[in-house]
Design a protein around this ligand. Sequence first.
Ligand SMILES: [Zn+2]
Length: 286
Amino acid sequence: MSRKIACITLDVEADFKDPGGRILLFEDEALLNRYARIIEENGAKVTAFLVTSLLDRYGDRYRRLGELIPVEFEIHSHAHDVRDPCSRVDIEAAVSAFRGFAGRDPTGYRAPWGNVTREGLDTLLDLGFRYDSSIYPSFRPGRLGCNNLHLPVGPFTITRDAKSIIEVPFACLSGVRMVFSLSYVKMLGWRTFEALMKVFPLPDQVAVLSHPYDHYFQLLPYDISGWEEPLLRRNAGSAFELLEKMLRFLRARGYEFEVMSSMCDYLATSPLPEFSIEKVIRERSR
Ligand SMILES: [Zn+2]
C-alpha cells in the first residue's frame, strides 16, 4: 500500500509587496516562535525553499528556525523575478549562494509563482537536481495563470533523453483540482475544503504550499492595494488556527510528515508515471 506523506513547504520570499523586501516572520521572534510551536506540536516538518538573494539578510534567522523545528532548506530562485522567473543565470546564482549558506548543493527547486519554464527544467536536469516542486496541476486564468490539466495531481517523473527529475506538484484535490494550500484554505474557508476533501481526496504524497506572509497578512504595516488584497485578507487573523486545522486533518487522514528529500527517497522505491519534458511544457498555455 502506498505511504501517505505530507511535506509542509514554505516559500521563503519577501512579504507580499513589502517595499523593503522584508520577511516579518524572521524579524519578529514572537511570530517565529508561534509558527515553530504549531509545527512542533503537530509533529510536522518543514521544507523551506529560499530566495537566495535574501540569505545575507536572513541566513542566521533561517538557522534559528532550524534550531526550533525540523527544517530542510532548498531553493526558490535567486531574485524571484516575475519577468524571468527561472533563467539559467538565476538558478546558477541561487545554487552558488545556497552552497555558501548550507555547505552543500541544493537538490530541490521551486520556481517563482510555480512558473517553471523549459529553460528552468533544462537547467535543473543539467545541474543534476533531484526534484522540482513547481507545477500547479490545475487551471488558473490570468497573467500568472497556468493550465496543467494534462498532468497528474500526484508525483511523476519528467524525462529528457536519459536524464530525469522527480516532479512533486503542489497539493491539489483530485477530480476538482483545487489547490490545497494555506492561502487557498484562508480564501475559501476550512468548511469548504473539509466538504470537498470528502469527495475529492488528496493524492497520497503531497507538497503543501505556504509563504511566511500567509500566516500574518493582517500585520503587514504598509499599503497593499490591488485585486489580490481582499482575497489575501480573508481569514487573515485566523491563519495560524487554519494551519493547525490543516496539519491535524492530514494526520487524521494517515499522512506522515516528512521533508521533501525523505519523500523523494520513498518515491524512488517504485516507478512513477513518466512524462517527457516536451509533453510537460508543450501543452501548457502560458
Ligand atoms: Zn515565490
